[in-house]
Design a protein around this ligand. Sequence first.
Ligand code: AMP
Ligand code: GLY
Length: 444
Amino acid sequence: MKVLLVGNGGREHALARALVRTSTDQNPVELVVQAGNPGLEPLGRSVVFNPLDPQDVVFRATSENVDLVVVGPEAPLVAGVADAVLAHGIPVFGPTKAAAELEASKSFAKDVMIEAGVATARAYTCTTLDQVDAAFDDFAAPFVVKDDALAAGKGVVVSSDRETARAHAQACLTREDGKVVVEEFLDGPEVSLFCLSDGQNVVPLVPAQDFKRVADGNEGPNTGGMGAYSPLPWLREDAVDEIVRTVAQPTVDRMAQRGTPFVGLLYCGLAMTSRGIRVVEFNVRFGDPETQVVLERLDSPLGELLYAAATGALDSLPAPVWSSDAAVTVVMASGGYPGPTDTGHEISGISQAEALPGVHVIHAGTGETIVSDPADVAAGCCGFEPDVRLVNTGGRVLDVVGRGSSVEDARRTAYEGVALIHFDGEHHRSDIATWPEELNANRS
Ligand code: AMP
Ligand code: GLY
């Protein structure tokens, strides 16, 4: 099966790694990947295209004669890449533009949840500051303000300080067509559950937990995610079934009834509150960095699962098989992230980290620069080996993944890897895959 993978960040590196690792002799996966990620490129044939241009993706898919297109990030989906690929008769894992609204618009997601009877935070959609003030009066602190539009995980402010929350609302509303969702605060630990859907059937993957805030102890601003782990030993065993029954399946059913069936990955971001499970957000693609730990535990062929989802055949496959091992990933970020980042610094130590048993390193924001010796350049020299160096190019740079027989083991392994890798300005959290003792009591 020949697969075109759209996107070239850490999530796509993890997807490519899992597609190749779980590929079978009967149905080997051959990958065509988007150029630009030095970790991802060696896993397939790498080609240059614009992931946000549906016709460019179609051109790649047809000229490479692929059997399946897998879209990693949300932006190409929202730009209509799946629609364009489908119009050419090629199966695509990822929702149409209309179904991608579940992530692209927080207020659309709220409407669907209400129609489907899915439990979520009470919310007001506001277009003026007066409406925001009225919503704040209704909910009281802590205040939750979400930019209605896509914001790469950075559009949400949760603050007990009314002025901070109000300032965020104001900044969003001053944009043309600006809209915010103000909602009640949900207490309780968060869980990410990824569900494959073929438009009708739902197949859950294993749950993971993401660490959204930039600093230890969940301090500082929200990020795209600073680390993740799976399994969640504190989560009660029937939680996944309950989430499928009360959240994912009703949402997929409702999207089908609306005439916009959801095909692809429904990412359910949930809060396990004292009053029950509540949806914090939906995304329409694999989460980053949760994918790095979830897929590390998959023992079934990923390509077959994604193909079945794309072709309406999920019910023809056995349930995916999972390793009992745990996986932990720690994000190493550039100086300044999630604000303006300090990039261009040389990265060292990746091969030493990967030499440790149970460690691999996913590239999320790296690039290569060629450092020429000025003497060679002056001599117009040929035949010398170019000195290629790996540098940080993005906010989140590397995801160091550790695998072990327990979360504890996997965490130790991941941090041993992190300790060997360096670049100027680098920062990471040191408390990934830890949780408060009281959660252990929730299990029963
Ligand atoms: P979202 O983009 O909607 O996932 O929000 C990003 C993060 O903000 C979530 O993962 C939560 O940590 C936090 N958050 C969002 N909504 C709420 C809420 N209603 N109550 C508490 N925290 C929230
Ligand atoms: N890790 C959160 C996300 O992918 O949105």
